[in-house]
Design a binder for this molecule. Sequence first.
Ligand code: S3P
Length: 169
Amino acid sequence: MNKVNIVLVGFMASGKTTIGRRLSEITQQTFFDTDDYLVNKFEISIPEFFDVFGEELFREAETSILKDLLKYAPIISTGGGIILKSVNRKLLKESGHVVVFLDATFEAIQIRLISDKNNTRPLASVSQMAQLKERYEMRQSYYQEVADLVIDTTGKTPTEVVSEIEFFL
Ligand code: S3P
């Protein structure tokens, strides 16, 4: 696969981190995840960050991290809410990175979240599925808006998803 700068976007549990790691191995390029970056920078977990500082400040921190990473990181996976701010959508569209939207049906996302025993995402409580579905539906057009490439990951293995990305890039 050619060396190409890639940003992965998509809803929680769409596979961004897994696919980002694989793409990094294949292309021998460094991989960064905006959530991991935030955790390292502030030395605090994502749920703690939400508890202590709230979502608004999380979104601001996310923007500054995205801005930084786009300057030097070849492969980036982003938190599912990165597309909420118009400034981030603009950054993504003008980044020069290929923006890949890892799409999946809500049912597939639901199954992945329910079977993820380590799920600590503050905005993805499996006891509030109706709210999560609303969030999912509200965000779909934003992911589409920034995407250069849309990959439907429903029912596919990470290997299949990576092959599809390789085919198109
Ligand atoms: C969020 C997604 C999470 C994380 C935070 C908020 C969201 O990342 O950034 O919990 O609003 O969708 P993942 O998409 O990697 O789960």
